[in-house]
Design a protein around this ligand. Structure first.
Ligand SMILES: O=C1O[C@H]([C@@H](O)CO)C(O)=C1O
Length: 553
């Protein structure tokens, strides 16, 4: 793609059909989408796409990772995706190979209700905002840095982007100071018609209700979203209805999506900032800004579109109590599916930063995930025993583990075992956070599950106390989601029914952390999976099999 000027300094962009972000895909519930993706990357890397939040049951490839097909689409090849969307909501798609998401490989996927059905809330019109973060180093440079010894961290992003647009150190900078007292270099917006630098402007009529769909495909950053002078009413999270609640701003973690409603009841002669800023990690990135502009009766020049007051202040990055307070406001709409009251199987998953042969990795119950060459789905279905380690992974960790300090024994090992569930079992997962490898710190991790939504039963500080903390679980109206955060030094409990035959990834949605091994594999009912498409078997030991039968795709 064409190199962009200094607004966001794109050194390497992965576009789709020449666009960055990729095209917004719109569908209605019940639609079957046929999407072909050809790999023309100039870097000659393999690639793949994940349809984030899409869970068509019985077809493990519907989410695009083909039961975590490690089979990349090689340069020059075409993959054919085909899936039916069965739930309305705000979704997105993104690269699931290497760190290609940080190079811009993503786009929105919006599923509307069938035409004869209505949402449980009213709105006059809608907007769609896809949030991301941006580095000047290429995704390959980032991968190399993370896999080096000595380890090099990717650092904070250079820019935040809204629908692929952001600002960086523009020569015409107008300085704005944020709450962390950092001076933020801003690109001076030059109106809507300046394709390169200008933010997208949301043009609204007074006294209407707008639905704003917000999805975060950031590679790293946790964000706070606010619109000056306007209240936000949260109505949807990850494609599920929530009991509406009103806030001034929302936190959104990588992998999450929300719909909010706003009422345009402010002075129509002003314009208003829409801002996103970094939370959860010490920021070193300017806010990204865009503008809510009330339609004026008289025409105005584009320079007057800039609000004459400062943008909303992003809350302090480390005010975790504020983040928790927001998270605890999210409940399912009363008519939503209720969780089973009992579980069949409970996993306690300890998240730690470790060393393997001197390399910094992340591990879950002391295993850092390294995917095998052969896709799991084919390995299980065709009983290829040598393809991965068939032993059971550990379902617990030592009760004596001190989560508040660096590990006394930091060594972990690589692994690729899977957690196997019986079909329809109710599974509880307790994600336990801990201190990093050195120093006193514990990171935020947004965990994303493929193939299922889960109920978020609760969050807590410190170490999960079996038999005690579970008494506080919310079984009445827990939100259904596909991504959930663990707070520093805390735990998060979730429950799902293993009712979708296939092999599923469950992983930290921070791209660098996944690259460093922060994920596990779940599987259930693989014997019920039929007609695996050739693309899902096109590598490793399953490659031979695809050559010996005609595919049924
Ligand atoms: O995985 C990570 O590594 C660095 C740091 O912990 C070690 O340099 C960081 O900030 C992460 O989130």
């Amino acid at each position: 793609m064409k190199k962009k000027p200094d607004c966001i300094e794109r050194s390497y962009v992965i576009g789709i059909n020449g666009h960055f972000p990729g095209p917004t895909i719109k569908a209605h519930v019940g639609d079957t989408l046929h999407i072909s993706l050809s790999n023309n990357l100039s870097t000659h890397e393999g690639t793949s796409i994940h349809w984030h939040g899409i869970t068509q049951h019985g077809t493990p490839w519907a989410d695009g990772t083909a039961s975590i097909s490690q089979c990349a689409i090689n340069p020059g090849e075409i993959f054919h995706y085909r899936f039916t969307v069965d739930k309305a909501g705000t979704y997105f798609y993104h690269g699931h190979y290497g760190l290609q998401r940080s190079a811009g490989l993503y786009g929105s996927l919006i599923v509307d209700l069938p035409l004869d059905q209505k949402e449980p809330f009213h709105y006059d019109s809608e907007f769609n905002l896809l949030l991301s973060d941006w580095w000047h180093n290429t995704s390959l440079q980032q991968e190399l840095a993370l896999s080096s010894n000595p380890f090099q961290w990717i650092g904070e992003p250079q820019s935040l982007l809204i629908n692929g647009r952001g600002q960086y150190n523009c020569s015409m900078a107008a300085n704005i100071v944020n709450n962390n007292n950092a001076t933020l270099p801003q690109c001076k917006f030059r109106g809507n018609d300046d394709e390169e630098c200008a933010p997208e402007i949301l043009h609204v009529d007074p006294n209407k209700t707008y639905r704003i769909r917000i999805a975060s495909t950031t590679s790293l950053s946790s964000l706070n979203f606010a619109i000056s002078n306007h209240k936000l009413v949260v109505v949807e999270a990850d494609g599920n209805y929530v009991d509406p609640f009103e806030v001034d701003d929302i936190d959104i973690y990588s992998g999450e999506s929300y719909s909010i409603l706003i009422t345009t009841n402010q002075n129509p002669n002003n314009n208003y900032w829409i801002s996103i800023g970094v939370r959860g990690r010490k920021p070193n990135t300017p806010q990204a800004l865009t503008i809510l502009s009330y339609k004026k009766t008289t025409s105005i020049s584009s320079s007057t579109i800039i609000p004459n007051f400062p943008p909303p202040i992003t809350p302090q990055w480390n005010d975790f109590n504020r983040s928790k307070a927001f998270t605890n406001k999210i409940h399912a709409l009363m008519s939503s599916p209720k969780p089973p009251t009992h579980y069949d199987h409970r996993l306690l998953l300890l998240n730690t930063q470790n060393l393997i042969n001197g390399y910094i990795k992340w591990a879950i119950n002391n295993i850092s995930l390294m995917l095998p060459q052969t896709p799991y789905l084919g390995s299980i279905k065709f009983k290829i025993n040598a393809a991965f380690d068939r032993r059971h992974p550990s379902e617990n960790f030592s009760g004596g583990y001190d989560i508040f300090n660096p590990p006394t024994n930091p060594n972990a090992t690589f692994g690729n075992r899977i957690y196997m569930f019986r079909m329809n079992q109710v599974v509880d997962v307790i994600l336990q956070n801990a201190n990093v490898l050195s120093g006193k710190n514990s990171d935020i991790h947004p965990w994303h599950l493929h193939g299922h939504d889960f109920w978020v039963l609760g969050y807590g500080d410190g170490k999960f106390n079996q038999g005690y903390d579970e008494k506080k679980f919310n079984l009445k109206n827990p939100p259904l989601r596909n991504t959930v955060v663990i707070f520093p030094y805390g735990w998060t409990a979730l429950r799902f029914r293993a009712n979708n035959p296939g092999v599923w990834f469950f992983h930290c949605h921070i791209e660098a952390h996944l690259h460093m091994g922060m994920g596990v594999i779940f599987a259930e009912g693989v014997e019920h999976v039929k007609d695996i498409p050739r693309e899902a078997l096109a590598c490793g030991l399953t490659k031979k099999i695809t050559m010996s039968f005609n595919t049924t795709n």
